[in-house]
Ligand binder design. Structure first.
Ligand code: KDO
Length: 336
């Protein structure tokens, strides 16, 4: 993955591709298929923007892209079942949600495993991923098209650093940390040393503002996009999970499409994921100064202590028991 490509050069070349795709399929322009995408993310989140700016135009020759943001189409965590039942065509899914159906997916949601965005891409495109993709298609009727970069998750607290300084996981004992609702997320919250509270993403801002929770974890771009900085005072740069999402697509709909349409949808998903990844990385590298200007303190804890403690929690856990033999070593071998 040439991560040096600028967003503009990628979009310009993709626009040319979408024109060709449009020409190639203009004869089907009348019977367009509807592609509703459900996400709990906002319209301004970089994954949403990339889908609207890159994916939608590339498939416009035969498909009408209709995104539903902020959980308005389906509540967070219910999207995959909706696709499986034929009530939805696409979602921005997570390994943690897939782990609810297929426990072995928890390895892709394990703290301190993926090293960076490029590692995520190598893992998703490696043959080791094939049985995972096949299982999801066969058992759930969902096709995982591409991997999206969500970013390095950090611990974000209401308390100021003076009120609560976090150096090691022991300092998070008793902290009521909101985590998304699935078991894999709750386990990660405990592995960090905190007391996790399950809660949908769309409820987090209010819970932080009222003190219903002490904090949440998300990458810096999400903290800014969701305005969590308005109701929190510190960010501990744990980078405990280099997080990802998958562009999930209805397998039943995929099987009805022509090979040309399938190729265009696959290319559009890969292109949107690539543009979103570049933009998210750019944002992640540039937001600290803005957050500090908003009164949020950012600092690194004892990263070795966090890494050792979190990894120690997974070894021998119910989650690790579900991982295919040798898979963690394979994933690690694809790292830097
Ligand atoms: C969240 O709920 O904290 C999370 O970051 C989990 C992700 O898997 C993903 O669902 C994300 O929310 C949403 O896309 C909102 O950014």
């Amino acid at each position: 993955m040439n991560m040096k490509l600028t967003c503009r050069s990628v979009i310009v070349s993709l626009a040319a591709l979408s024109v060709m795709a449009g020409i190639a399929t203009s004869s089907f322009a009348d019977d367009k298929i509807t592609l509703r995408l459900a996400t709990s993310g906002s319209e301004t989140d970089q994954r949403s923007v990339a889908m609207a700016e890159v994916f939608a135009p590339m498939v416009a020759g035969f498909a009408d892209y209709q995104p539903g943001y902020n959980g308005t189409l389906f509540a967070q965590g219910t999207e995959l079942e909706a696709i499986s039942r034929g009530n939805l065509e696409m979602s921005i899914a997570s390994a943690q949600e897939l782990a609810q159906f297929f426990p072995e997916f928890s390895i892709f949601a394990t703290g301190y495993v993926h090293q960076d965005a490029a590692h995520q891409v190598r893992v998703f495109n490696h043959p080791l991923m094939d049985p995972f993709k096949q299982t999801v298609e066969d058992a759930l009727g969902v096709k995982l098209l591409s991997v999206m970069y969500l970013g390095r998750r950090q611990v974000n607290l209401r308390q100021s650093k003076d009120e609560l300084t976090v150096t090691t996981p022991a300092d998070l004992q008793g902290v009521n940390l909101r985590m998304p609702g699935t078991d894999a997320w709750q386990f990660l919250g405990k592995a960090l040393g905190a007391s996790p509270t399950p809660m949908a993403f769309t409820e987090v801002y209010t819970a932080l503002s009222t003190g219903a929770v002490d904090g949440q974890d998300n990458p810096l771009p999400t903290v800014v996009d969701a305005k969590f900085y308005e109701v929190t005072k510190q960010i501990i740069l744990t980078s405990h999970l280099v997080d990802l999402n998958y562009i999930a697509f209805s397998k039943a709909l995929w099987d009805e499409m022509t090979p040309e349409q399938q190729l265009t949808v696959q290319r559009a998903a890969d292109a949107a994921a690539a543009v979103g990844r570049l933009r998210q990385l750019e944002k992640e590298a540039s937001l600290s100064a803005f957050l500090q200007s908003q009164g949020v303190e950012l600092y690194e804890p004892d990263l070795a202590a966090f890494r050792e403690h979190v990894q120690g929690q997974y070894i021998g856990s119910e989650f690790a028991a579900d991982w295919p033999e040798g898979l963690l070593e394979q994933i690690n071998s694809l790292g830097n």
